[in-house]
Design a protein around this ligand. Structure first.
Ligand code: NAD
Ligand code: GKE
Length: 372
């Protein structure tokens, strides 16, 4: 009774009238929507799902930078998912949703753009959930983050303990970015509780890296930044902070495998999706330089540092799925390095001054552009 009242909610009915023509998908395949499909994880996930025989609709407000849309989806919608009408359009005729869209980046972005991230990501999360409920989506994946974990559990680089899923509450998440993810998780679980036809799956990603991800411009995370510096730096290798801060990094193939396994499982609470192979930024810089055949002196400079120590505890994912990420950092980062080196080489050939790639930039604070 409650459900049908909501389904015929006049607000939604009015918006639905604006969507013309209605999309009908004539296929026997399972129809999946990947949001944030032009992004790093979304494009790799879409590609794999397409290969596995799913009918993939990709949605993003940007065109993909490193792949053609037909590599990762059958149909590409270039839409702003902060807008309810667009979320309703995207969810129409879909069986499963993978919601990966978010305004995001590494430390050079998320610590200088809290209001923009707060507005954009909250709008995406709320509207996507409600649109999915309206269209009776059977299964919904929400991409959360290690940034949901409390700061006090990550303030010691000497004694970093792996973060367990149960550590998220009582909460003190990192930045507005992490707070929104934690709220997004809770709201997603409430939707599944109150509307059980929509099954919820949630992963907390820890430092996902690999080829075809952002590697310059300020939004890149440290794996891509270090590969870029190892390829482009001439005299010193710059590191934000003292380099003793620690992280673990998970290669994209493990991430995609994990997302699909989580989606197919019957576990409906958040699961860590990350590696347990923790490393300090100083050691990470040396590892990347070794792969690149470089031996530059490290130069520690001021920059946004985030938490002191973060690692994933994979006991729960192993118990629930009988699987956990296993690709060693040295293997994944070598592939990532080769790809970034090629990008730089290609730019150099077109006359771009690539010497600037020895430094990382911080993205200046920008207002959320509602008409973007
Ligand atoms: P990404 O930035 O490469 O991809 C996100 C995509 O979302 C982008 O292509 C972007 O254009 C799109 N997007 C943003 N706002 C949009 C809007 N209003 N409408 C439509 N599309 C919009 O990031 P990613 O690394 O692929 O991350 C995917 C998801 O995983 C995100 O939700 C992110 O918060 C989460 N996550 C990633 C990591 C990581 O290490 N990469 C870690 C934790 C969580
Ligand atoms: N990006 C970047 N670029 N980081 C650098 C650099 C550099 O050139 N030099 C040193 N670092 C240091 C940062 O100061 C930070 O201490 C560490 O590397 C990792 O930075 P990061 O990869 O940008 O981001 P974080 O791991 O701190 O945080 C990210 O965590 C994810 C979840 O695991 C977030 O930004 C989100 O992208 C995400 O939720």
């Amino acid at each position: 009774e409650l459900q049908s009242q909501y389904i015929h909610h006049p607000y939604i009915a009015e918006i639905l009238k604006m969507i013309e023509p209605k999309r009908t998908l004539k296929t026997d395949k399972i129809k999946v929507l990947v949001t944030g499909a032009s992004g790093f994880i979304g494009s790799h996930l879409g590609k794999r799902l397409k290969k596995e025989g799913y009918y993939v609709v990709g949605a993003d407000w940007k065109s993909p930078e490193f792949m053609q849309p037909n590599e990762f989806c059958h149909e590409f919608l270039r839409i702003d998912l902060r807008v309810m009408k667009n979320c309703l359009q995207a969810c129409e005729g879909i069986d499963w949703v993978f919601n990966l869209a978010a305004d995001m980046g590494g430390m050079g972005f998320i610590q200088s753009n809290h209001s923009r991230i707060g507005y954009n990501n909250t709008m995406i999360s709320l509207n996507m959930l409600e649109a999915a409920r309206h269209h009776n989506i059977k299964r919904y994946f929400y991409s959360s983050s290690a940034c949901v974990y409390p700061l006090h559990a990550q303030d010691d680089s000497e004694n970093t303990i792996g973060l367990k899923e149960s550590d998220a509450w009582p909460a003190q998440p990192q930045d507005i970015y992490g707070l929104e993810k934690l709220y997004g998780e809770e709201l997603a679980m409430k939707y599944a509780e109150e509307f059980p036809q929509m099954q919820m799956r949630i992963a907390r990603f820890h430092g996902i890296y690999g080829e075809q991800g952002t590697w310059k411009g300020g939004r890149e995370k440290v794996p891509a930044a270090f590969c870029r510096k190892a390829a482009a730096a001439e005299s010193v290798f710059e590191i934000w902070g003292d380099g003793e801060q620690k992280r673990s990094f998970c290669y994209i193939d493990d991430c995609v495998e994990g997302v699909i396994r989580i989606m197919k499982s019957d576990y409906d609470k958040p699961l860590n999706l990350g590696s347990e192979e923790m490393i300090s930024m100083n050691d990470f810089a040396k590892l990347v330089m070794e792969i690149a055949g470089r031996n530059l002196p490290l130069k520690h400079i001021e920059g946004p540092e985030g938490v002191r120590g973060r690692n994933s505890d994979n006991s729960l994912i192993e118990e629930v799925l009988g699987w956990k990420p296993s690709i060693p950092l040295a293997i994944g980062i070598e592939k990532t390095y080769q790809w970034i080196k090629e990008q730089i080489k290609a730019e150099k050939q077109t006359g771009v001054n690539t010497s600037v790639y020895s430094e990382s930039t911080v993205v200046v604070t920008e207002a959320s552009d509602i008409n973007a």
